[in-house]
Ligand binder design. Structure first.
Ligand SMILES: [Zn+2]
Ligand SMILES: [Zn+2]
Length: 305
């Protein structure tokens, strides 16, 4: 099968996402003309498209959220309640920091602490993402659902852009609630609270930043594009590298500022070696790219020019 990444276009008709419709499985051989010669990049003819009425066992076994049940992408009231509680806990720490900073005539220290929280949130997102991409499975205690979700994300990354806001954020919002509420109750230091507010807020919204990194530039709000292109939020180009072979880099999804340092210095590779020699556990990224990593979007649906 031959694909032309620079010529990929998505299908505009949403019916292909519906299980009742014939699922189109492409074996797209592109040609410059109707001959079998290898195509030029700007002339593509779909030579062979198989239309199969039965669902794909591979997709069904992998539980694509869109193909199996599109309602899994929608927010429930429980999701919204967790996001509301997470946002409230972050807002309380921020408000307490501002009030207590004002009382203590502090400005520089809380601002710097907030910046540090933002910077370390990016590092934390990378470490967490690396860990759940590479270790454990759906049966792992506590983190099993997150591990399964991130593995599914590598198969069907485009679904994150169709996932509703609270649906995408609720898992992190729940963790933030449990961690930040006790801190809000126990601590009054404005510098520490500033750090907590920025760090926890960025971690909670990292999945939204991640979703934007999968967005199409023309469909994203201009302010989001500006923040991505200025490096405040993880860029689309940087995160797209995470979804390409060898699937072992660009794990950070807040600003992506740590990705270059972590990847160039092979920090995660070093940690993987430590884990392997210490515990005998191989990370998933050591395996040849297989169906666990490979994106099915572009490979299994026709790319129409
Ligand atoms: Zn990943
Ligand atoms: Zn992604």
């Amino acid at each position: 099968m031959y694909t032309l990444p620079q010529n990929r276009l998505s299908i505009k008709h949403p019916h292909y996402l519906h299980t009742c419709q014939p699922r189109i499985v492409t074996h797209v051989n592109c040609a410059a003309t109707t001959t079998t010669r290898r195509p030029k990049t700007n002339q593509v003819v779909l030579e062979e498209v198989q239309v199969i009425n039965t669902p794909s066992p591979q997709l069904n076994s992998g539980r694509s959220p869109i193909i199996d049940d599109e309602s899994t992408l929608q927010s429930t009231w429980t999701h919204r309640a967790w996001v509301a509680s997470g946002c409230t806990s972050v807002f309380v720490s921020l408000a307490k920091s501002i009030v207590n900073s004002t009382d203590a005539n502090l400005l520089l220290e809380p601002v710097l602490a907030g910046l540090l929280g933002y910077v370390l949130a990016d590092l934390g997102s990378g470490v967490y993402h690396w860990a759940i991409d590479n270790y454990g499975d759906a049966s792992t205690p506590v983190f099993g659902s997150q591990i399964e979700a991130f593995q599914g994300h590598h198969k069907w990354p485009w679904t994150i852009t169709r996932r509703q806001f609270a649906n995408n954020l609720h898992a992190l919002a729940r963790v933030i609630t449990f961690v930040v509420v006790p801190i809000d109750l126990a601590i009054n230091d404005p510098v520490l609270l500033s750090f907590v507010a920025m760090c926890s807020g960025c971690i909670m919204f990292s999945q939204q930043f991640h979703a934007w990194a999968h967005g199409t530039k023309s469909k994203l709000p201009p302010v989001v594009v500006a923040l991505q292109e200025s490096g405040v939020l993880v860029s689309r180009s940087q995160h797209s590298a995470h979804h390409r072979q060898p699937y072992n880099n660009n794990y950070c999804i807040v600003s992506g500022a740590w990705n270059k340092f972590l990847d160039e210095n092979m920090i995660f590779e070093a940690l993987e070696l430590v884990f392997f020699f210490k515990f005998g556990v191989k990370p998933r990224s050591w395996a040849e790219p297989n169906s666990d990593w490979t994106e099915e979007t572009e490979a299994h649906f026709p790319q129409i020019m």
